[in-house]
Design a protein around this ligand. Sequence first.
Ligand SMILES: [Zn+2]
Length: 238
Amino acid sequence: MHQITVNGLVVDVVRKKIKNLHLAVYPPNGRVRVAAPLHIDDEAVRLAVISRLAWIKRQQARFESQDRQSEREYISGESHYYQGNRYLLNVIYHEASPKVILRSNTHLDLFVRTGSDTYQRERMMLTWYRQQLKEAIPALIAKWEANIGVEILEWRIKQMKTKWGTCNIEQRRIWLNLELAKKSERCLEYIIVHELMHLLERRHNDRFIGFMDQYLPQWRILRAELNQAPLAHEDWGY
Ligand SMILES: [Zn+2]
């Protein structure tokens, strides 16, 4: 993948064995990605992007407003994700400790004290997400420390805006994004492998990619799954 800039817009360009040029705008920031057939050069990609500029701006604007609307209220009927699946939230007010129960493969019950506000409901959900990750992470870290032959001193779950994970090589510490609780466990595993791999190679260079290919050959599919759900996309022939 490489990047070109078109009228101030940064565009990720990937060449693939495909017939048509494929343009997509992705959340969360309206990233623009073009998948181009092998024989299409950057100049042709540039022209194609220019011809779709108005459309791209519209998608980005739409996403920005969607993002604002998608502020969660933690009320019954709202969709929430856990381990890659969508659940309908069912809020139950009671006079006992708050808890979350995965009632079925479609419904999530959130029990909170009567009178709980949005912030309290959210806090309970985030506590539950954190507990789920805390249970899942140690076995995955142990498995991959052994596989790769590295050892970390500490891991933490953090709320992060722009990254799925980070690795502090000197401290041998990894941070994992709380949002990963909403993604499938194989995505969580991919991020853990990626961060542990930084203990072998600091940068995202060919050597790093070589290690990823060696230890987790399907990592590109998992990365795509993590960053999936493009806001909008369009194909056109060439
Ligand atoms: Zn990295």
